[in-house]
Design a protein around this ligand. Structure first.
Ligand SMILES: [Zn+2]
Ligand SMILES: [Zn+2]
Length: 282
């Protein structure tokens, strides 16, 4: 008997029924969600040993907490996830054929992928202040490898954020980047008490952030933040007139369900178009 759809899958199918123009985006998301859910079920919740003094010094310096060694990476499982993710992106034309060929070649060579992933994570997380963010990927790798790495690492990294979130006080964290993996937010949620929580685009952790400050450039001049909502009031965009970037949010104040990034990021694709039309970048 087929398994009942999860809430996420059911919501995605609903979007497809109501907005057929989003069908391709929904189908790609369904495929990605399926891969991620299967992997995440196999990844153990890691026990991350954190020295309280080190934790305080990392937080005080605005540096995140998950070190590469903490990620419960099982390499054959990661390689499979990496390959399946690239296959899906290619199938839905989110990856150029040439880029796809180069990217899967890295994954095929048993020893090539491990140092690439380590180097990319260290360069992009900022856990270690000495890592060079310019050397994130090998010179012969296409820029689109970022997208494959973000998605393939997510199930493993999400388990780290889950483990740490239970016992880390984020009260003093006021930065626009993720307190666990250092990546940027790619979505937000407005809570019933009208606070804003940012959601990491890599490990999906959430953290509180000032409602009208730009997380990308820290601009806090309200006159230079443009905000607009969808007609039903479900979603909102915050766009920054200083750095021209924008962030979408799910408004949970009158909602019947919690935020679901995999669903809400697809439901808001028309908002991306509207923001870009006004000259903002994602
Ligand atoms: Zn993160
Ligand atoms: Zn900004």
């Amino acid at each position: 008997m087929p398994r009942a759809d999860t809430r996420e899958v059911a919501e995605l199918k609903q979007i497809k029924a109501e907005q057929p123009e989003l069908a391709t985006a929904v189908d790609m998301q369904l495929a990605l969600v399926d891969v991620q859910r299967r992997v995440q079920g196999r990844v153990p919740l890691p026990w991350i040993q954190v020295d309280p003094a080190w934790l305080r010094s990392q937080q005080a310096a605005g540096r995140p907490l998950v070190r590469f060694e903490d990620i419960p990476l099982e390499w054959s499982d990661f390689r499979l996830t990496f390959r399946q993710t690239a296959d899906i992106l290619q199938r839905f034309e989110a990856l150029e054929r040439d880029d796809y060929r180069k990217i899967v070649a890295f994954g095929r060579d048993g020893n090539a992928l491990e140092p690439i992933v380590r180097n990319w994570y260290e360069a992009t997380s900022g856990v270690d202040a000495t890592a060079d963010p310019r050397a994130r990927v090998p010179p012969d790798a296409p820029a689109s490898i970022d997208q494959v790495l973000v998605l393939a690492l997510r199930p493993f990294l999400a388990r780290c954020a889950e483990a740490l979130a239970q016992r880390t006080d984020l009260g003093a964290w006021s930065h626009g980047h993720c307190p666990f993996c250092g990546w940027e937010p790619d979505f937000a949620v407005i809570t019933p008490s009208a606070d804003r929580r940012l959601i990491c685009g890599r490990c999906v952790a959430q953290w509180a952030f000032a409602p009208l400050t730009c997380p990308f450039c820290a601009n806090e001049d309200r006159a230079l933040i443009t905000s607009f909502a969808t007609r039903d009031g479900r979603y909102r965009v915050y766009a920054c007139d200083v750095c021209r970037r924008y962030l979408k949010a799910y408004d949970a104040r009158h909602a019947t369900r919690p935020v679901m990034v995999a669903v809400d990021s697809i439901a808001t694709l028309p908002l991306d178009a509207a923001a870009m039309q006004r000259g903002y970048v994602g």
